[in-house]
Design a protein around this ligand. Structure first.
Ligand code: GLC
Length: 593
């Protein structure tokens, strides 16, 4: 069990409030830093302008050098790519765009030889409409076993011309599409919480459960270390599929920064008969048993947009999943009190069930955090940014993003890094609209720009065509000119670069076992004027490290004797000789004897 929190001796004018105790070393996923690879945009080996598995394998050294523990691969399965592979037509094969099963095996072998674990994406809420099951369902009659794998229903109103209920799709528009029956007449409707090409499976059907468990085994047998489970809060729907007047959004507006307030709302819409139903937990208990048959601490990670945090923690109770993405942290505004509340609330809720807390700032579904933090409301979360939208302040956004990342990497638990964030990559906010491929762009009637701007291929070399992404110089989405400054070869070995900041932080995090460490808030730090700092300065101790993050224009002076070991930005000596932490900066400091 946990040991008591024993923060190092601080100056007598400082007090600590313990939140989370250190834990002994355990399964790898409890404190892992996991790097998300988005295969189509990481590295292209065959020159078609779309990243692929051999491209990833060839660049795995980069991840080992960076110092992460594991890689999560977004989907690379056979798919018509209507939602960038989150529409799977064959769960047991690699899409020719990305390579072959042999390429997947080679990737796993190379990763393991470098000491990196590999998690793959599992998309169990829906298949592609090209999946053989859905094709069979279309060709079969209402009431047939083929249709019973999906959620086919008769329509309402005269001739069944109205959808079975009023649900809308997460990507916009209705969540139901009507099919034409074999005799040419307008027929039943099928449910798709996402695109029309992503029909929802019926998880009350034992055949569906058996099939997906078999898919788990297929990949476990090939050696994967776990699964990131897509839409893990959506597979089971309330009986009778009742109408719902709320929005069906997973990703809507911004967090109001009031996490931990009475409503604790992130605005991510997890209420409703399509989300967070009790029946999900039985599925995860049986998956847990499947994974437990295999050696090596295989893990299940929930992509579940569920709130409040106590509700999310139910997915990671003993015998269920192992981790859940902490979207409350990702959606919190750049505000000291809001960040403090979300960190405390996350650790407390997960400690209740004995699970590690995860931390994440960016992924393939949200505007990259250097851009979000440069917006007028820092940390707000538009669904994409286009040329005609207000543009982020790139410099300020990156400055804050480095502070946010360094805060994240100091926190106990497991952290997720989205490809390119180690380069400080901004969102592509001027991507031409005609290049957009996210179904959200056209399903919303061009009101939501969607997620293409965070999915632009990575820059490896400033002077190479497509910045070294593809030998042919092609790139499936055009890269903005500013990517040249962010290319890996411009940052590697350059003191102060974002890449070197991540590398150092990951090294120190590992060396000092911060992932299994403790957290206590520290109060009583002073400003240069000698006043006690306000709520916008976050100060915490994890093991023997003091971590100070200044938010919203606040400054703080490190207590006497503490010296920086990692800083997200420049610090300077205060008039009294202590180290001054300027606004929007994180410092990791140790006490010198
Ligand atoms: C998840 C994925 C997202 C995808 C959706 C539907 O939210 O992260 O990219 O569009 O599920 O599968």
């Amino acid at each position: 069990m946990s040991s008591p929190v024993r923060p190092p001796a601080l100056s007598t004018s400082l007090t600590t409030t313990p939140v989370h105790a250190a834990s002994p070393a355990g399964a790898w996923w409890r404190d892992a830093v996991i790097y998300q690879v988005y295969p189509r945009s990481f590295a292209d080996a065959d020159g078609d302008g779309i990243g692929d598995l051999p491209g990833i394998t060839a660049r795995l050294d980069h991840l080992a050098e960076l110092g992460v523990d594991a890689v999560w691969l977004s989907p690379f399965y056979r798919s018509p790519q209507r939602d960038a592979g989150y529409d799977v037509a064959d769960y047991r094969d690699v899409d020719p765009l990305f390579g072959t099963l042999a390429d997947a095996d080679a990737l796993l072998a190379r990763a393991h030889s470098l000491g990196l674990r590999v998690i793959v994406d599992l998309v169990p809420n829906h298949t592609s409409s090209d999946h053989p099951w859905f094709r069979a369902a279309l060709g079969a009659a209402p009431g047939s076993p083929e249709r019973a794998r999906y959620l086919f229903r008769d329509g309402r109103g005269p001739h069944g011309a109205e959808p079975p209920n009023n649900w809308t799709s997460v990507f916009g528009g209705p969540a139901w599409t009507r099919v034409t029956e074999a005799d040419g007449t307008p027929g039943q409707w099928y449910l798709h919480l996402f695109d029309t090409s992503q029909p929802d499976l019926d998880w009350s059907n034992p055949e569906v459960r058996a099939e997906l468990e078999d898919v788990l085994r297929f990949w476990l047998d090939r050696g994967v270390d776990g699964f990131r489970v897509d839409v893990a809060h959506g597979m089971v729907k309330a009986p009778g599929l009742p109408d719902w007047d709320g929005t069906t959004a997973m990703i809507d507006g911004g967090h109001d920064g009031t996490y931990g307030s009475e409503d604790g709302a992130t605005g991510s819409g997890s209420a409703g008969p399509m989300w967070d139903q009790e029946g999900l937990h039985d599925i995860y208990r049986s998956w847990n048993r499947v994974l437990a048959e295999y050696d090596g601490d295989r893990a299940l990670v929930a992509e579940a947009w569920v709130e409040p945090m106590s509700r999310l923690a139910r997915y990671v109770r003993p015998g269920e999943m192992h981790q859940a993405f902490n979207f409350a942290f990702l959606t919190t505004l750049w505000s000291g009190p809001a960040l403090r509340a979300v960190v405390t609330g996350s650790l407390e809720a997960n400690d209740e069930v004995g699970a590690p807390t995860t931390w994440v700032l960016s992924n393939h579904d949200v505007v990259r955090h250097p851009s979000r933090l440069g917006l007028e409301v820092p940390g707000s979360r538009p669904n994409g940014i286009g040329t005609t939208d207000p543009q982020p302040d790139a410099e300020l956004g990156l400055h804050r993003a480095r502070a946010a990342s360094l805060l994240m990497l100091a926190l106990p638990g497991s952290a997720y890094v989205y490809q390119g964030e180690e380069l400080g990559l901004p969102e592509h906010t001027t991507l031409p609209d005609e290049e957009r491929q996210d179904p959200a762009w056209w399903r919303s009637g061009h009101t939501e720009r969607g997620r293409d701007g965070c999915r632009v291929p990575l820059p490896w070399e400033a002077d190479a065509p497509a910045y070294g992404f593809s030998p042919g110089g092609r790139s499936w989405l055009s890269q903005p000119d500013v990517f040249a400054d962010h290319a890996l070869d411009q940052q590697r070995g350059v003191p102060g670069s974002t890449y070197e900041l991540y590398r150092t932080a990951l090294h120190v995090r590992r060396e000092r076992s911060l992932g299994t460490g403790s957290l206590a808030w520290v109060s009583g730090l002073r400003t240069t004027a000698g006043d006690v700092v306000g709520d916008d300065v976050l100060a915490l101790v994890n093991r023997d490290l003091l971590v100070v993050t200044t938010v919203g224009g606040a400054e703080a002076v490190l207590p006497r004797g503490w010296e920086p070991v990692v800083t997200s930005g420049p610090t300077r000596a205060s008039d009294e000789g202590g180290v001054l932490v300027p606004p929007d900066t994180t410092v990791w400091a140790v006490l010198r004897d």
